[in-house]
Design a binder for this molecule. Structure first.
Ligand SMILES: [Zn+2]
Length: 188
């Protein structure tokens, strides 16, 4: 009787331990799939007089991927450049993915910001920092891009195609070292 009881409690302990392990694994898997987004919509430079037009989320059906074509610059630099040199209402991208893999939200998805003339209304513009004619995107940037695309596909009702800027015009953007990765996101 006594030994049976001991066996049972040992059994239960093992079962409990097993459950805890499964729970931890599931939690780790869930959090590693989740993208961490740093919201800089209120801190990046904006025009004092101009505002981007707005859209509803059901108008969006594609992601256009860009590179910054610069080395060592960040979302703050692109915002300044777009506002001061281009005289745009704000940074043209919705997201910037820095070298570290950090995902920066630059404009709300409802803003029709400027990335590709004539194709902005249905587009979410994502820029990876770097010049991918000359260098490769970091593995962390590609991982963040993959997670961000999956996240965005859960946010908007229409299926999001994934394109490079060069699919819409005479530009080398986003650079062949990044462009060669984009096909894997098309239907993923
Ligand atoms: Zn571009």
């Amino acid at each position: 009787m006594n030994s049976n009881f001991k066996k049972l409690t040992k059994h239960r302990k093992l079962l409990l331990l097993g459950l805890v392990v499964v729970l931890v694994v599931v939690l780790i898997a869930a959090t590693s799939q989740k993208v961490k987004i740093i919201d800089k919509t209120n801190s990046l430079m904006r025009s004092s007089s101009k505002r981007y037009a707005n859209r509803t989320l059901d108008r969006i059906n594609q992601i256009v991927v860009h590179h910054s074509a610069t080395i060592g610059q960040t979302a703050e630099d692109y915002a300044r450049y777009h506002v001061l040199s281009h005289q745009w209402p704000g940074i043209g991208y919705h997201f910037v993915i820095e070298k570290t893999g950090a995902v920066i939200l630059c404009n709300p998805l409802t803003a029709i910001s400027y990335g590709v003339e004539g194709h902005n209304t249905p587009s979410i513009h994502i820029c990876l920092s770097g010049n991918f004619m000359k260098e490769k995107p970091t593995p962390k940037q590609l991982k963040s891009l993959s997670k961000l695309i999956a996240h965005l596909r859960r946010q908007v009702p229409q299926h999001l195609g994934v394109f490079g800027h060069q699919d819409y015009g005479q530009t080398s953007c986003p650079g062949h070292y990044l462009a060669q990765h984009l096909h894997q996101f098309q239907n993923a």
